[in-house]
Ligand binder design. Sequence first.
Ligand code: NAD
Ligand code: UGA
Length: 429
Amino acid sequence: MNLAIIGSGYVGLVTGTCFAEVGHNVICVDNDAKKVEMLHQGKIPIYEPGLEELIKKNVASGRLSFTTSIKDGIDKSLVIFIAVPTPPQPDGSVDLSYIEAVAREIAGALPKDYRIIVDKSTVPVKTGDKVAQTIKRYNKKASFDVVSNPEFLREGSAVADLMKPDRIVVGSDTQRALDAMKEIYKPFNAPILETDLNSAELIKHASNSFLALKISYINALTIICEASGADVEKVAQGMGADHRIGRAFLNAGIGYGGSCFPKDLSAFIKISDDLGYDFQLLKQVEVINREQRERFIKKIRESLWVLRDKKIGVLGLAFKGNTDDVRSSVAIALVEQMIKEGAHIKAYDPKGSEKAAPLIPKAQIVSSAEAVAEGADAIVVATEWTDFKTLDWNKIKEKMNSPLLFDGRNLLDPVKMKELGFDYYSIGR
Ligand code: NAD
Ligand code: UGA
């Protein structure tokens, strides 16, 4: 099928590439001319495992192309996906101005014959209706349907998540649009959940909020574990073995970050509020998440006594492992706080350094874990990169000024680290 994707970021670029990979003809549109130029030159603006190879392959086959022109994309495609940002506003509600702008642009570019507009961005329930109204307002003759098809990929495993989804949610009020969506997703061999527009939109915020709730639940348990001498890893294992609970998203740490959970949670609280429900449970999820980070800083402060003039090495700046994305990263927030308290920070991330550097100009970004360790009074593991597990920790210790190690992601083995001579602190164990 001929498809256009408007917005070629983490979601749009990966979705477009995977659609091309299964045989569709895809035009990825972005209004960032620099990004499109990079893509034309074969350079990939984001790091996502497996993506570069897949883009090159599908560009070469002629099934994947890039443009800055929405009109180009719409002229050639039956189905037009929207994957533009939906960032938070200061009050937590969603800034829908990107979606509204795209809806107007689509209205201006729609030909007379039928098109399907699919929202893939994460939006408040009822946004689909607003998109349809806007298009109708600016183009009285347009023939189209609006569909909600929320995306559940995780950064760091986006290609794999997209190629093998647990489920595909399609919210559509017409059979014609639904049939087209089924055709698009047929090669993925995944269960398709057909719903109305509103339910599909709600599923997305409900899912992200539930996953964040799981993380805050296990993080709250770390407090009980530390107070009682229990081991949160064992507790998570025991709970997770019950298939009704599941082990996923029970990794304790310094809290969730990223461009999705923090914004989607505050959005869902606001959406609920607007619909007349005070979602206290989710407000508490946010409180636990914030306090988890503060408790970790307190742990560092208690060991180092004062942070002023201490040399602290930070391993990891991305919001999670396997990505270069540093948006709303807890690691960055930790670095900012330690700098505020007078510490000197040296930091390293396998992929996120370039994007992190402008956010933390007072930190020294270095190119290896060993360089982080040089002369450090303490090391903080802030991102769950598996690369950090296999470092030569003996060598790291030798380079340090004092062997203090704060593992904010429970990445390392406490017994092994203590045997190596580290004063090792982790979370809830
Ligand atoms: P992103 O910032 O990485 O990409 C968005 C892209 O849209 C940018 O390249 C931007 O230049 C482009 N854009 C903005 N306005 C445009 C316009 N008028 N015309 C053409 N292009 C335009 O954002 P993202 O992380 O891909 O997120 C997009 C949406 O998907 C958000 O609603 C987000 O919540 C949701 N989502 C994100 C993830 C994720 O893991 N990142 C997963 C699922 C859903
Ligand atoms: C999350 C969801 O998992 C995706 O399904 C969803 O599509 C996406 O948000 C979105 O809507 O944008 P993502 O933010 O890319 O994906 O990454 P996650 O793996 O969910 O991690 C989010 C944060 O939670 C990270 O900071 C991570 O370190 C933290 N986390 C995750 C934990 O602290 N513990 C866990 O057990 C899992």
